[in-house]
Design a binder for this molecule. Structure first.
Ligand SMILES: Nc1ncnc2c1ncn2[C@@H]1O[C@H](COP(=O)(O)OP(=O)(O)O)[C@@H](O)[C@H]1O
Ligand SMILES: [Mg+2]
Length: 305
């Protein structure tokens, strides 16, 4: 007779490997929009994100993905209200941070530094009349007021290089960059302070497939290199199967299935997951093939679309 260790795990930890170390734990999150009638956008959601892991969050438009992401980052504004739940960041220095209790300066210091977010549609929200450099400097001025101009320039160049954009682009304006490059700049901004968690809300949805692949490869490479964890949000379940360690499937505000990407692919437990999988007939390749495919097509100019 063997005893199961699975039941000892916190809620939302399904499918994680035995050595997985939590970085963010969300328990029993409920969020509503207090309009008439009230919209229950997120219902009793629990999930655990581990250090260095890519957790995919899948589900059709309107199921509550963005609302949950805002909730995890303590970004909700009226009429949205978190009515229950706990969010804890297990900081690398060993302390637990009660995210749901943060406000004011403590919250401002937390955001971008510990958890950063690439917002849905962000690449179209870059300020058109301010250079890329000034927008990166903004992040440093707010969070690292001690940095010299030279250090800020150095770090900004380094960040653009990290995401595959020529550092010469620092003096460019958003409208001078392609959609893919703008999204890379947004990712550079989210990386600026070396966060432990990055929440990416549909970061490639508006991009064509080739550009999308390039950016996904970049995210996976950066995750490998820098070790941050990612919550990757999209309605595109096949894409998540390629890049995620684990996947949460959301339906009408609830996480109906959470497991390793392998398990979701091979043996989806929930009827809705099976429906999502069946709605993408091209699911024939091996896991990872989507992102690896087209790897040779990038030119070597040091900059990609
Ligand atoms: N400001 C708002 N007021 C009322 N309802 C909202 C508001 N924003 C979003 N919702 C509703 O909350 C639900 C979840 O939306 P959202 O989190 O944006 O879903 P997703 O990101 O999965 O597309 C939807 O039913 C949406 O209509
Ligand atoms: Mg959304």
């Amino acid at each position: 007779m063997s005893t199961s260790t699975v039941s000892a795990r916190p809620a939302g930890d399904a499918g994680a490997g035995p050595g997985a170390i939590p970085v963010l734990t969300a328990s029993n999150i409920s969020i509503e929009y207090q309009v008439t009638p009230v919209v229950q956008a997120v219902k009793d959601v629990s999930l655990t994100l581990h250090r260095g892991e890519i957790l995919g969050l899948a589900g059709e438009s309107g199921c509550g993905k963005t609302t949950l992401a805002y909730g995890l980052n303590q970004l909700l504004k009226p009429p949205a209200l978190r009515t229950s739940g706990e969010i804890v960041l297990h900081d690398k220095d060993g302390h637990d941070i009660d995210v749901a209790a943060l406000s004011g300066n403590a919250l401002r210091a937390f955001r971008w530094d510990k958890v950063s977010m690439v917002f849905q549609g962000a690449m179209n929200a870059l300020n058109p009349v301010i250079s890329i450099k000034a927008q990166l400097f903004d992040v440093f001025d707010t969070h690292r007021p001690g940095m010299s101009r030279k250090e800020k320039t150095q770090r900004s160049r380094e960040l653009l290089e990290l995401v595959g954009v020529d550092p010469k682009r620092l003096d460019s304006y958003a409208h001078e960059l392609s959609g893919g490059m703008r999204q890379r700049v947004m990712i550079a901004m989210a990386l600026a302070l070396n966060p432990q968690v990055m929440i990416m809300d549909e970061p490639t949805t508006a991009l064509d497939v080739v550009v999308q692949r390039g950016i996904l490869r970049e995210i996976m490479r950066l995750r490998e290199q820098l070790g941050f964890a990612v919550i990757f949000i999209t309605h595109d379940l096949p894409m998540l199967l390629e890049i995620s360690d684990r996947i949460a499937v959301m339906l009408q505000g609830e996480i109906v299935e959470l497991n390793s990407a392998e398990a979701i692919y091979a043996a989806p437990a929930h009827e809705y997951t099976r429906k999502l999988l069946a709605s993408f007939p091209s699911l024939t390749g091996e896991r990872g093939a989507f992102v690896r495919a087209g790897g040779d097509t990038e030119d070597n100019t040091g900059e990609v679309a």
